[in-house]
Design a protein around this ligand. Structure first.
Ligand code: LLP
Length: 427
């Protein structure tokens, strides 16, 4: 559920009239902050966190929000306040978590190419676990720990070789993917890790992909992870936790992924069936927490016809929201004002000089004209975090709505921001 709904100003009736985020008309945000702007609903974020945390009732669980999905400090602060930990993939994400008031000991550090410098920063901060993804990284972690006089808590990220049946760019658990440690090599690498002097082996980690629409691949991967845990226990390893990653999908259009409660119950059932419900479970959800908690608010610049096609050109482009261009992702597009009765078949595009800069092709939408406001829904995850300055376009502002108030939680970039750090050498 989310808090972007139509409301009739006169009757107060839901479902008609213009779009609100919680108690704030989106028209007001556009007027006061401009467009394009990412708008997040605090009530939606906190509700999703609460549902996720509550679903695990009775099990020993730690949620580590995947910072890559949405890394604005205000959003991270909401997570920290709710007691969540964080899944990070860079020193930059670690810095964000700490600035947002997150606890380092609730941080897991994932990623296939962590540098020595980043590993040192993580150990100095005291992160809870480093999810090691290769034999070389294991050696690096041990060395960095030794030279800095610290011990490194690690899990190995194993690749369970299951087909997540998602877009190839966001499937990570297949044998040929760059992620994780090949299944067959995991036991010997655990032995190697145990022999290292500065490393504490505390867990088993996996993540098989993103936007998964069925619980089947999750359960398959979990089963393999539990096989490994049993094997390691028999060899005397003290495995304290399993980290089962993120990846639960959301509804963008007509997808019907399991609800968080269904997903957790499937995990719970497997743990109980195998008598392993005492294990601490870490999760790394991103999209399911913030995806439908954010929209991209944009204005129609103009409309035009080329041949038979009517184009609606927005002031947001692929540099602001790249998912449609990169993954052929579908995002709902809706007028902010009460929709006109007339429906048209249109291509909704951005102003960037690339044919791929399209948000929708042949989409039936209520008639849109210049100056209309629209939202692109479900843009809270992998939206702003993937925005760039391509075509020298300042990145959007970000707004967090809280009841009938809103806060600008990231100012729109300025033209000065665009050239910050650039120098013209004397020639
Ligand atoms: N943990 C690890 C190790 C990950 O690599 C990811 C996402 C997550 C957790 C969080 O997954 P989630 O719960 O959000 O599905 N940019 C793409 C998605 C890339 C996902 C990368 N890894 C998109 O816009 O669809």
């Amino acid at each position: 559920m989310n808090h972007f709904e139509r409301r009739d100003l006169v009757t107060g009736e839901a479902g008609h009239g213009s779009l609100y985020c919680e108690g704030v008309p989106l028209e007001r945000i556009a007027r006061e902050v401009g467009t394009p702007t990412y708008v997040y609903s605090k009530a939606t974020v906190t509700r999703h966190v609460r549902v996720w945390l509550d679903a695990w009732g009775g099990l020993d669980h730690q949620m580590c929000f995947a910072v890559k999905a949405c890394s604005n400090l205000a959003i991270l602060a909401l997570m920290a306040k709710a007691g969540a930990g964080f899944d990070i993939v860079s020193e930059g994400e670690l810095a964000r978590v700490l600035r947002a008031g997150g606890r380092a000991d609730k941080v897991v550090f994932s990623g296939v190419g962590k540098t020595r410098h980043e590993l040192l920063a993580a150990l100095e901060a005291g992160v809870g676990c480093i999810n090691v993804e290769s034999a070389d990284e294991l050696v690096m972690v041990d060395e960095v720990a030794r030279t800095s006089g610290r011990r490194a808590p690690v899990s190995l990220r194993v690749n369970p070789d299951v087909d997540a049946k998602t877009h190839p760019y966001i499937a990570t658990g297949l044998m040929r993917s760059k992620f994780g440690i090949a299944w067959a090599e995991a036991p010997s690498l655990y032995e190697a890790a145990r022999a290292l002097a500065n490393v504490d082996v505390i867990g088993v980690d996996c993540h098989i992909g993103s936007q998964l629409e069925s619980e089947k691949p999750f359960v398959e991967a979990l089963d393999r992870v539990l096989d490994l845990v049993a094997d390691l226990a028999a060899r005397g390893f003290g495995i304290r936790h399993i980290d089962i990653g993120g990846g639960l999908g959301i509804t963008y259009r007509d997808e019907t992924p399991p609800s968080p409660v269904e997903y957790v119950n499937a995990v719970r059932a497997r743990l109980e069936a195998r008598g392993m419900e005492h294990l601490r479970v870490l999760t790394e959800p991103g999209r399911v927490i913030v995806g439908n908690a954010g929209c991209l608010l944009s204005r129609v610049v103009l409309t035009k016809h080329n041949g038979p096609t009517r184009f609606v050109v927005l002031d947001a482009g692929m540099n602001d929201l790249i998912r449609p261009a990169l993954y052929q992702a579908w995002h709902a597009i809706e007028p902010v004002a009460a929709p006109r009765d007339e429906v048209e078949l249109v291509d909704v595009v951005g102003p960037v000089c690339e044919s791929g800069d399209a948000f929708a092709k042949d989409r039936s939408l209520p008639r849109l004209v210049a100056e209309d406001l629209v939202i692109l829904r479900s843009a809270g995850a992998y939206g702003m975090v993937m925005a760039s300055n391509y075509n020298s376009r300042p990145r959007p502002a970000e707004v967090l709505v809280d009841g009938d108030r809103f806060h600008i939680v990231r100012a729109r970039e300025t033209l000065d921001d665009l050239v910050r750090g650039e120098v013209i050498p004397e020639v």
